[in-house]
Design a protein around this ligand. Structure first.
Ligand SMILES: Cc1cc2nc3c(=O)[nH]c(=O)nc-3n(C[C@H](O)[C@H](O)[C@H](O)COP(=O)(O)OP(=O)(O)OC[C@H]3O[C@@H](n4cnc5c(N)ncnc54)[C@H](O)[C@@H]3O)c2cc1C
Length: 398
């Protein structure tokens, strides 16, 4: 038995992608001692398409990271195209909330950039380290965690706060017994692949009965081409094994022949990945000594393509709350309750629209809901641009 490596921090974060790395970066920029563990190593990919909504782009810009994302080769997208049947509309991305572009960086690029930013701010990021359980004091407050390196070295990290940013299958949420405050089931599936050697100037959204497809332009002139449908309609795609690319193309033929034709004119460079039947839940986000952020605390079907922005927004709301609590422990209850309240207010409209969209109503209603969603996302971008968190920009300004 090797004796554990022990260290103490203000905050320990489990998970170091959109939610965890951003939370750690903001807290470290605010001057706190932060450690992060992630069982992954970076750069590494994950199961996700990666179109970032305007609010997420606002966060990257405010945090001083948008330039790095663009410098990585993720193209600035300045057009959004909508198509239903033969009707096609292309709109320019207007300047709003301080940004005039959208961007869809591959996750192995984005997540590694966020990890680098957290480290640059002073957070200690330990990759290849899996959290295995929480530590509690006599009053049952969470005071740290046990973890293990890939080669079996035990680690004990103690902290004033433990943040679970460990994603959709969060073990932290289970360990703390976070209550589910709201949930719904939506049996939809999202599948995607990468296509190079074709022109992809715009975010694209194609609507048909029981189907929603799209395009996110990304690095190297390639695009992430995706399809959402009720899971029951995806049977042949899911059963297609090594022929999934052909099966996805066959689906696109019926949803949007013009998109299918452009995919055929290009070169498919990846296997088809995806998931169906993902859960939709809002979990209690705080308790004594712990908090949840990102998918760990709130997950909605990918049909609204909003998880990265949710993670960035809630990372800043949580970092603000923990910063306040660390500076004035007497204020802990108020500060952490404010995180719960502000998160609930911010997520409600999109969560309810996700519920409605994921039921795949008739196309007229689906399009109407999409219009409501885009209006909600524009208001959210304004809200994020109005945040005045000193730590959001502290390091870049220094
Ligand atoms: C098919 C699909 C398509 C999507 N498309 C989009 C889209 O277009 N736009 C968008 O904005 N969002 C999209 N999303 C959602 C988005 O991917 C997530 O909301 C986002 O990744 C959440 O970030 P997170 O940091 O909370 O969790 P994650 O990105 O899941 O990161 C969690 C991290 O925790 C680590 N971890 C887990 N357990 C432990 C442990 N015990 N110890 C140590 N580390 C641990 C993992 O290794 C991982 O690195 C999509 C999701 C799916 C599934």
């Amino acid at each position: 038995m090797r004796s554990p490596q022990r260290s103490h921090h203000d905050v320990v974060v489990i998970g170091s992608r959109c939610a965890g790395a951003a939370t750690a970066m903001l807290l470290a920029r605010a001057g706190h001692d932060v450690a992060v563990v992630d069982r992954s190593r970076f750069p590494s990919d994950m199961l996700s398409t990666h179109g970032i909504a305007r609010g997420g782009v606002v966060q990257l810009a405010r945090w001083g990271l948008l330039e790095d994302v663009l410098a990585s080769g993720a193209p600035a997208v300045r057009q959004v195209m909508f198509r239903r049947g033969d009707n096609q509309t292309t709109l320019r991305v207007k300047e709003r909330a301080g940004v005039d572009l959208l961007v869809a960086p591959r996750r192995h690029v984005l997540d590694a950039l966020l990890v680098d930013a957290a480290q640059a701010a002073g957070a200690q990021v330990r990759t290849g380290v899996t959290a295995t359980g929480l530590r509690r004091d006599g009053a049952n407050r969470v005071v740290g965690l046990d973890a293990r390196t890939a080669d079996g070295q035990p680690i004990e990290l103690t902290a004033r706060y433990v943040v679970g940013a460990d994603g959709l299958r969060s073990r932290t949420a289970g360990w703390v017994g976070a209550r589910v405050l709201d949930s719904f089931s939506a049996d939809t599936g999202t599948f995607y692949m990468y296509v190079a050697d074709a022109a992809w100037p715009a975010y694209e959204f194609h609507v048909a009965r029981d189907a929603y497809a799209g395009v996110f332009p990304t690095h190297g002139g390639a695009a992430c081409v995706w399809l959402c449908r009720p899971a029951a309609a995806l049977g042949s795609l899911r059963a297609a094994g090594s022929d999934r690319a052909a099966a996805l193309l066959a689906e696109l033929d019926t949803v949007s022949p013009t998109l299918a034709a452009r995919v055929r004119s290009g070169r498919i460079t990846s296997v088809v990945r995806g998931a169906a039947g993902l859960p939709n839940y809002v979990r209690q986000p705080v308790g004594p000594g712990w908090a949840l952020v990102g998918d760990a605390g709130y997950h909605r079907d990918p049909i609204t393509g909003h998880g990265i922005t949710d993670a960035f927004r809630d990372a800043e709301l949580l970092a603000t709350a923990i910063d306040g609590s660390l500076r004035d422990p007497a204020d802990e209850h108020t500060a952490m309750a404010a995180y719960a309240d502000r998160r609930e207010a911010a997520l409600r409209e999109t969560f309810d629209l996700t519920r409605a969209l994921a039921s795949f109503p008739p196309p007229d209603t689906f399009v109407e809901l999409q219009i409501q969603l885009s209006e909600a996302l524009e208001r959210e971008a304004d809200l994020l641009a109005s945040f005045r968190t000193p730590a959001a920009t502290a390091v870049r300004a220094a």
